[in-house]
Design a protein around this ligand. Structure first.
Ligand SMILES: *Cc1c(COP(=O)(O)O)cnc(C)c1O
Length: 463
């Protein structure tokens, strides 16, 4: 008890020179609370038998407690996982043009829903409507918070208390929480599954149509592939059947890109333009997957159907804000110039980055990496790796890449976990992946300015 009385009071610590920078950064109220919490912790430790810390040790503890308070929760990291569109790491990294557009409308009022010509109220969808029409060939477009919201709003508008015919092979789950059957149920639509997991024929759809049918739907089976003995009905045949029966045909594309990726040697991904050309009445896709923009859900298609969707009161609940629209408009503009797209659109630049170039970056970083890990029972090698597109693109389509493999020497496998943890603990955390006991760092998504920063950080690594 006597010992505890020797601990300095909160007021004395607040006046201490070492605490001044903390007050400057966090404010007096937060630091006062931090000092109280730290002192309470120390008292509990001393009561449990720990020695009384001296003033330096106490201040050190306070400073350690302050570190997480000074950092935002939503922190930038280095994505060295090898998955370009990593959902847990925020999917698409935005191009400079989009970042500048966000900053501009964040700093000032903007014409979010204001028609400059008439001086009257405008429609926020008009910001990207013309661009989306031009880039997809659709008559009209609307934007919501994400693609799950787009699918939900579409079903709620057109299929409530009605039936939606979908191939059994397309009843997918994406990233844990998005399941087509669950979304349908929530939207009050009845799912009618046709065909079998691997084969669905046009007559399966035709026989499933009843007076209660609202639409025929196709879901792009984005994150898995059914191979071998398979049949799926082509979009144009489904569209033809739907139209002959007076029904809309809708396609949930998921990752829909607005350009032909094969031009850059990437695997083929279906585009909204192709779906519209095949006769789809509505197409939904994400803004932050292959499109390379902000999180958003885009619905493009027939003008009358888009107008109906926009009248649904839920549209108001699912709409996007000005920051999203600023970024989306900037990204869509880049698509108007396909010749420069691979340099300007960050996602595409990352996906098309040549293996040689990635390997060269690994070569430049190797000495720093070896220095950072010197003395540990491990070895670092530059290795060939396979990156993934991610976010619902086929996991079988891998991109040749390069990076580091950090392997234990001998049986010290705990060492690799310790290094992985230390990398995650850096000011800008480095996120890699552990595979077969090795820590793999794929450098595909490390651009030139990131490279310098990573280098500086590795010098601070403490394992
Ligand atoms: C990713 C995906 C979704 C969900 O999109 P979010 O933008 O993540 O909400 C829906 N459908 C398909 C086919 C997808 O690939």
């Amino acid at each position: 008890m006597n010992d505890l009385a020797k601990l300095p009071a909160v007021d004395r610590l607040l006046a201490h020179a070492a605490v001044a920078p903390l007050i400057e950064s966090l404010g007096r109220a937060v630091v006062t609370q931090l000092l109280r919490d730290t002192l309470a912790e120390v008292r509990a430790e001393v009561r449990a038998g720990a020695p009384l810390p001296d003033e330096a040790a106490l201040l050190e503890k306070v400073s350690r407690g302050a570190t997480p308070l000074m950092q935002p929760k939503l922190r930038a990291v280095f994505n060295l996982t090898g998955t370009v569109l990593h959902t847990n790491l925020g999917r698409a990294v935005l191009p400079e043009e989009a970042v500048a557009a966000i900053a501009s409308v964040a700093h000032s009022p903007c014409v979010l829903e204001y028609d400059l010509e008439s001086g009257r109220r405008g429609d926020r969808d008009d910001i990207v409507n013309d661009l989306l029409r031009e880039l997809t060939g659709a008559e009209a477009a609307t934007v919501v918070n994400n693609n799950a919201a787009a699918v939900f709003l579409l079903l709620d508008t057109l299929a409530r208390k009605k039936e939606v015919v979908v191939s059994r092979g397309e009843l997918i789950e994406i990233g844990g929480a998005f399941r087509v059957p669950d979304i349908m149920k929530r939207a009050g639509a009845k799912l009618v599954e046709v065909g079998t997991t691997n084969r669905t024929h046009l007559k399966d759809f035709a026989e499933a149509i009843t007076p209660r049918t609202a639409m025929l739907m196709k879901v792009h089976a984005s994150n898995y592939a059914i191979q071998g003995f398979t049949t799926a009905v082509p979009e144009n045949e489904l569209a033809e059947l739907a139209h002959a029966r007076g029904l809309p045909f809708v396609v949930d594309l998921g990752s829909g890109t607005l350009t032909n990726l094969e031009r850059w040697g990437l695997p083929h991904e279906p585009t909204p333009r192709a779906a519209i050309a095949a006769g789809a009445d509505l197409v939904t896709f994400s803004g932050d997957k292959l499109l390379g923009g902000p999180q958003a859900g885009l619905i493009v298609g027939r003008k009358d159907l888009i107008a109906k969707i926009k009248k649904n009161p839920l549209k108001r609940a699912l709409r996007v804000g000005k920051l999203t629209l600023a970024a989306l408009e900037a990204v869509l503009r880049l698509y108007r110039d396909p010749d420069r797209l691979a340099e300007r659109l960050t996602t595409l630049a990352q996906l098309t980055r040549a293996e040689d170039e990635i390997r060269a970056a690994a070569g430049r970083l190797l000495p720093t990496m070896q220095d950072a890990l010197a003395g540990l029972p491990i070895r670092v090698d530059i290795v060939a790796l396979k990156s993934q597109i991610g976010s619902g693109s086929l996991p079988v389509d891998r991109l040749p890449s390069a990076g580091f493999a950090i392997r234990p020497q001998g049986k010290r496998s705990g060492m690799i976990n310790r290094i992985e943890q230390a990398m995650r603990g850096l000011p800008r955390p480095v996120i890699g992946r552990i595979e077969d006991g090795a820590l793999l760092l794929d450098l595909r998504c490390l651009n030139a300015s990131d490279e310098a920063e990573l280098s500086r950080q590795l010098a601070q690594l403490i394992c």
